[in-house]
Design a protein around this ligand. Structure first.
Ligand code: UT7
Length: 329
C-alpha cells in the first residue's frame, strides 16, 4: 500500500452577490418583523443574486480568489467539485461551467448534491483524491442561488435563506504547509428526506404548468423538526471532531450558519463558550452549501485562523445529511 499524502488547504475565496435583502424588505412581502427574524434566527440581512446572475457567476469569482490566495494557476487543477443544490442547470453540472470559465483545462468536473452538507461532502471527496495521490490540486466549492427557489409568500422558509459562494484549493500539505485536513466524516438518514424538500422539478414530478402553479419547485421545510435534529447533530459532530484534542488546542469552530439559536444551543450542549465560534449569519443568512467556505474565507482574512491551531467545521441539512472536518491551520 502506498503511504497517504497529507492534504492541505492552500487558499480560500468567496463571492457574495451585491444585492442586499434586509429583514425590513421581508416585512413588505410577508407577515413578519425585523424583531422576530433577528430573535429567532440572528439574521439581519442576506444577499440575493440579481436577475442576470447565477451560481456559476459567484463560483467563478470565488474560485479565482482561492487560486490567487493559493498562488496557483487554474491549469494546475486536476478536479473541480461543487457542493450545491442550486446549480445553473439540472444538466450539466455547475462545476463544468466553472471549469471552462476559469480555464481549468486539465481538470475533471462534477457536482455533489448533499444540500447544506454539500461543501463538506465535496471537501471529503477532494481530500480523498489528493490524499490517495490521484490528484495534486482540487478546487472545492460550496455555492447557492437559493433565492430562485424561495416561496416569497411563505414566511416560515423565505426569511432564512440567502445566496453566495465559497471555495478552497486542496493540494499536498508538503507543498502549501497550511490548513492540514486531519479528519473528515459524512453521514445520512434518508428517512428524513421530507423535512427539507423540493418536490417538483426532478424525475418524479417533472415541471408542468400545474406543478409550478402549486409551487412544487419551492423549498419547503419543517422548521421545528429540523431545529431539534440540528442542535443535537451539531453538538455531536463538534464533540466527534474534537475527540482526542483539548479545548485549548481548538482555535476556531466554523459551523454551518443555519440559525444563530441553533449554534448557541449546540455550543451550550457541548459546554463551550461562543467566543471560539465564527458567526456571520447576521450578514448572509443561511446560504446552505456556501456557509462553511464563505465563513472559512472570512475567518482567514480576519486573521482568525491561527497557524498551528485546530479548526472544526460541521454542517447538516436536507437528506438528511451531515458532515464534519478537523483542520490544523
Ligand atoms: O440549513 C438547514 C435547513 N434549515 C434549517 O435548519 C432551519 C431550522 N429551523 C429554524 O431555523 C427555525 O425552526 C425557523 C427559523 C425556521 C422557525 O423558528 P421557530 O422558532 O422554530 O418558529 P416556529 O416554526 O416554532 O413558529 C413559531 C411561530 C408560529 O406561530 P404560532 O403557530 O405560534 O402562532 C409561526 O407561524 O412563529 C410563526 N412564524 C413567524 N412569525 C413571524 C414562523 N415564521 C415566521 C416569520 N415571522 N417569518
Amino acid at each position: 500500500m502506498t503511504s497517504r499524502v497529507r492534504v492541505g488547504i492552500a487558499g480560500t475565496g468567496a463571492c457574495m452577490p451585491s444585492r442586499v435583502m434586509t429583514n425590513h424588505d421581508f416585512e413588505k412581502l410577508v407577515d413578519t418583523s425585523d424583531e422576530w427574524i433577528q430573535q429567532r434566527t440572528g439574521i439581519k440581512e442576506r444577499r440575493f443574486v440579481s436577475e442576470n446572475e447565477c451560481t456559476s457567476d459567484l463560483c467563478v469569482v470565488a474560485a479565482q480568489r482561492a487560486l490567487e490566495a493559493a498562488g496557483m494557476q487554474a491549469s494546475e487543477l486536476d478536479l473541480v467539485v461543487t457542493g450545491t443544490l442550486t446549480p445553473d442547470y439540472l444538466l450539466p453540472g455547475v462545476s463544468c461551467l466553472v471549469q471552462d470559465r476559469i480555464g481549468a483545462k486539465n481538470a475533471g468536473a462534477f457536482d455533489c448534491s448533499a444540500a447544506c452538507t454539500g461543501f463538506l461532502t465535496a471537501l471529503s471527496i477532494g481530500e480523498a483524491f489528493v490524499g490517495s495521490g490521484r490528484a495534486k490540486a482540487v478546487m472545492v466549492l460550496g455555492a447557492e442561488s437559493l433565492s430562485r427557489f424561495l416561496d416569497l409568500n411563505d414566511r416560515t422558509s423565505c426569511i432564512i435563506f440567502g445566496d453566495g459562494a465559497g471555495a478552497v484549493v486542496l493540494r499536498p500539505w508538503e507543498e502549501c504547509r497550511t490548513g492540514e485536513v486531519l479528519r473528515t466524516t459524512l453521514g445520512a438518514d434518508g428517512s428524513g428526506y421530507e423535512f427539507i424538500h423540493m418536490k417538483g422539478g426532478g424525475a418524479k414530478t417533472p415541471p408542468t404548468a400545474a406543478s409550478v402553479a402549486r409551487g412544487d419547485h419551492f423549498i419547503r421545510m419543517r422548521g421545528r423538526e429540523v431545529f431539534r435534529f440540528a442542535v443535537t447533530k451539531m453538538a455531536d459532530l463538534i464533540v466527534q471532531m474534537a475527540e482526542g484534542h483539548s479545548y485549548e488546542e481548538i482555535g476556531l469552530i466554523v459551523p454551518h450558519q443555519v440559525n444563530a439559536r441553533i449554534i448557541e444551543s449546540a455550543m451550550d450542549r457541548v459546554g463551550w463558550p461562543l467566543d471560539k465560534v465564527f458567526i456571520n449569519i447576521d450578514k448572509y443568512g443561511n446560504t446552505s452549501a456556501a456557509t462553511v467556505p464563505v465563513a472559512l474565507d472570512e475567518a482567514r482574512r480576519a486573521g482568525r485562523l491561527e497557524p498551528g491551531k485546530l479548526v472544526i467545521s460541521v454542517a447538516f441539512g436536507a437528506g438528511l445529511t451531515w458532515g464534519g472536518t478537523l483542520i490544523r491551520w
